[in-house]
Design a protein around this ligand. Structure first.
Ligand SMILES: Cc1cc2nc3c(=O)[nH]c(=O)nc-3n(C[C@H](O)[C@H](O)[C@H](O)COP(=O)(O)OP(=O)(O)OC[C@H]3O[C@@H](n4cnc5c(N)ncnc54)[C@H](O)[C@@H]3O)c2cc1C
Length: 368
């Protein structure tokens, strides 16, 4: 094994692989070490919005049609009302997490990244990282070890602002998707996300503030879902994860930079976590090339702001049922409003258009 490299990435999930590929694209030698073996699974809504697909394509990764399912927009379902809109910039796709991981690993290998699986990193060293008792020297170190990042702590970057943590459980069902939207069902105490991922399979996740609320207990409050899933085989085990919006004070220290969930996160309700991660990876590689991590700090903050605002808006709708129903009625009476919100979400609307859309929504809410 090499004892020195340009970039050492700790964590081989989507963020670590994206950071590794982006750094290779700029000519750096890159090693990735992960404590697990691929394909690595993780509870996720498994929806990739159009902007996330574009960011993935910049890394040279294209998800083949036979391993994914397109959706043309987002649908909100709440209290008997439904609001839906198409993305203004193409389709999103549902893709099994393990499939996405496999494709990213293949791309990293093809790009010439050295991948070390089953290799947990034990600590940082002033010249690089510690693999067991061995020191691997590295010009740059990337902490991509997820939401519970140890690298964050080792590097003294563990200061952050965090919204209330929510708990998610995800399972797959063998059933033909009934919709070509990614659906978000709002219930009294939780939300259910439905993502079509194949011609005969969907991903269903429940998210709530209750760490004990599993899918079987949550579903009876959603009569439409119950009838859709009646008779469908469960095709994966139920897996849990936490989700929150977390903003770090700083995302780099010396030669160490954080990326992906290690560097902060947006609540899963946005469906933007992966897109954000892929974009951070590109910016980070540019900053390595320029030898300037201060710019990474600034760009990281800029990238995180829009999904963080959106997540706050959507979580306000979560706990204020009467407000949510008012918004749903406004969306229903003028579908362009929901389309505008979605366009902003996927980065197509300008701040001016956004403000105009907000004023129109406010007016509709007063008048419906
Ligand atoms: C319920 C839920 C639904 C979501 N839905 C969506 C969605 O629909 N669309 C979307 O875009 N995003 C979604 N997200 C967000 C998305 O899943 C995350 O943003 C993404 O997984 C972040 O990837 P990551 O690589 O930063 O972290 P992870 O996927 O957690 O990877 C971290 C990796 O680091 C490794 N590791 C940890 N410690 C060490 C160590 N010491 N040494 C070596 N390796 C180590 C782990 O083994 C792991 O492989 C969702 C999240 C949740 C919780």
């Amino acid at each position: 094994m090499e004892k020195a490299t340009d970039v050492f990435v700790i964590g081989g999930g989507p963020a670590g692989l994206a950071a590794a590929i982006a750094a290779r694209q700029r000519g750096f030698n890159v090693i990735v070490a992960d404590g697990s073996r691929p394909p690595i699974d993780k509870p996720c809504g498994e929806g990739l919005m159009p902007d996330g697909r574009a960011a993935l394509a910049e890394l040279g990764i294209f998800v083949p049609e036979e391993f994914s399912h397109p959706f043309r927009g987002i649908s909100f379902v709440s209290g008997g009302l439904r609001a839906e809109a198409n993305f203004p910039n193409g389709c999103g796709i549902g893709v099994r997490r393990t499939v996405l991981h496999r494709l990213m690993v293949e791309r990293a290998e093809a790009a010439g990244v050295s991948l070390l699986w089953n290799t947990p990193v034990k600590g940082l060293h002033e010249d690089g990282v510690l693999l067991g008792k061995e020191i691997v020297r590295s010009r740059w170190v990337v902490g991509a070890d997820g939401g519970h990042s140890l690298v964050r702590r080792w590097a003294g970057l563990d200061r952050y602002r965090c919204d209330r943590t929510r708990f998610a459980f995800r399972r797959h069902y063998r059933v033909a998707p009934w919709t070509d939207f990614m659906e978000l069902h709002w219930g009294p105490k939780c939300q259910i996300y439905v993502t079509p991922i194949a011609d005969d399979e969907i991903c269903v996740a429940v998210v709530s503030h209750d760490p004990h609320l599993r899918l079987d207990a949550a579903l009876p409050a959603f009569s439409e879902m119950i009838s859709r899933l009646r008779g469908a085989d469960v095709s994966s085990i139920e897996r849990g994860a936490t989700t929150s919006t977390r903003m770090l004070h700083q995302v780099y220290q010396g030669r160490v930079a954080l990326v992906g969930d290690a560097s902060g996160s947006v609540d899963s309700i946005t469906g933007e976590g992966l897109c954000l991660t892929f974009r951070q990876a590109q910016v980070l590689a540019e900053c390595f090339a320029a030898g300037d991590l201060r710019r990474y700090q600034q760009e990281h903050r800029k990238l995180a702001r829009p999904p963080a605002i959106m997540s706050r808006l959507m979580l306000t709708l979560d706990w204020k049922t009467s407000l949510r129903q008012r918004v749903m009625r406004a969306f229903n009476s003028d579908p362009r409003l929901f389309g505008g919100m979605l366009a902003m979400h996927v980065g197509v609307l300008s701040p001016l258009d956004f403000a105009a859309n907000g004023i129109s929504l406010g007016w509709r809410m007063l008048t419906v």
